[in-house]
Design a protein around this ligand. Structure first.
Ligand SMILES: *Cc1c(COP(=O)(O)O)cnc(C)c1O
Length: 388
């Protein structure tokens, strides 16, 4: 089956990924990553915000090939577990370039990270700070606060961070415990399309800095987290808009600009990936129903986890371009009633679409393979292939 362009002309990455898939015809579903696009995305982040150190958030796509390519580019890494630390070190990242950014850690995992040379840690509670003081004495620390900004496309809710007043208290306490206090950090939530969210976080961080300085602890660094968006069905603002809003807010709120850090995940890998899937079944729920149900061989459990609540609407490419289309509900292959990908987002697919046709899912390099279940309902996890 040939998957060809459905609507817009291919840009370089899309054409390269499709050519690879057509030539090698791998079993579907599978994800292909264009490592050249990963490198290009990293470079544009670095170039748009040259004053910020870039820590790639490994959870967005933890493929060792991606980490190795980024380590060669000079990227640092935001890691969340012992497994991610070991993988990054094995791919050539230096321990100094790793930031243990998960505020939910076991004491023995902190001790392990410290023993392997990791010296950058994030915390948001007294409990984690005490574990850090005991198991990573004198390490560099950032305190994560809850940013007061509108929700993102895939919000974190209140799971991470503490109130700004508490962050100031915790940072002062960290200094008393002998930690190397660096500053505050926040994360606006993933796929955030409003640069004003970072502006709010920067203003709050400046207030935390003033409160800590009043108690003798000077903050020299600010970690702006991730959240930089990718374009899906809905286009996201250019990175440049985020960068200029960030730059203006730092200039407005800080007398002495802090060292800036960013932790992009999605913005590095999303547009570098394409999933090829296959139509398993096309059906209708009643003879009168205009909607067809299109069941793919990939769904919520093989890597499309971010379609939960239809938060992320991916662009699709199918066979039968420029032929009549009609409305569809798109679902995954498992026997789980929640394994429906899109039923509210108005997707249309060609009326000629049949079982066995390919559906290519664009911009799926982030939060796909890493979310695939090991073997729910007997469907294997999503394999990843690489070009470039
Ligand atoms: C997930 C995560 C990121 C990356 O977020 P994106 O929205 O993918 O950029 C950055 N920092 C931390 C601490 C995270 O948990």
């Amino acid at each position: 089956m040939h998957a060809v362009l459905h609507t817009s002309p291919a840009h370089g990455t899309e054409a390269r990924l499709r050519a690879f898939l057509d030539e090698h015809a791998p079993e579907t579903p599978c994800l292909v990553i264009d490592l050249a696009a990963v490198r290009a995305n990293y470079r544009s982040l670095r170039d748009e915000l040259p004053e910020a150190g870039v820590f790639y958030a490994v959870k967005a796509n933890p493929a060792p090939e991606i980490v190795r390519a980024l380590a060669v580019e000079g990227s640092a890494f935001d890691v969340a577990s012992v497994g991610e630390i070991d993988m990054c070190l094995a791919q050539g990242a230096s321990p100094e370039s790793l930031s243990y950014g998960n505020p939910i850690k076991k004491a023995r995992d902190i001790a392990y990270a410290y023993a392997r040379g990791v010296r950058r840690f994030t915390f948001d509670s007294d409990d984690d700070l005490e574990k850090l003081a005991a198991n990573a004495p004198g390490a560099q620390v950032w305190c994560r606060f809850l940013v007061d900004a509108p929700e993102s496309g895939t919000p974190f809710g209140r799971k991470f961070g503490c109130a700004p007043q508490m962050a100031a208290r915790l940072l002062v306490r960290a200094a008393e415990l002998g930690m190397d206090v660096r500053g505050a950090c926040f994360h606006v939530g993933s796929q955030h399309t409003d640069p004003a969210a970072w502006v709010a976080g920067i203003a709050q961080a400046a207030a935390i800095g003033r409160a800590s300085a009043a108690r003798g602890v000077v903050l020299t660094s600010l970690n702006l987290g991730g959240g930089f968006p990718a374009s899906y069905v809905t286009a996201a603002p250019a990175l440049r808009e985020h960068a200029s809003a960030i730059r203006a807010a730092v200039a407005e709120h800080f007398d002495t600009p802090p060292e800036l850090l960013i932790e992009p995940g999605r913005a590095v890998v999303a547009t570098a990936g394409m999933i090829r899937s296959e139509v398993v079944l096309v059906s209708r729920k009643s003879d009168a129903d205009e909607h067809r149900w299109v069941y793919l061989d990939i769904g919520r459990y093989q890597g499309l986890a971010e379609t939960e609540n239809e938060y992320i609407a991916y662009r699709l490419r199918t066979a039968h371009p420029d032929t009549p289309d009609g409305p569809v509900v798109i679902a995954g292959p498992t026997c789980d009633g929640d394994d429906v990908i899109y039923q509210r987002t108005p997707y249309r697919l060609p009326l000629a679409l049949r079982a066995g046709d390919h559906v290519d899912i664009l911009d799926t390099g982030a939060y796909t393979a890493s979310y695939a279940s090991v073997s729910f309902n007997g469907f294997p996890p999503l394999p990843t292939l690489f070009v470039g």
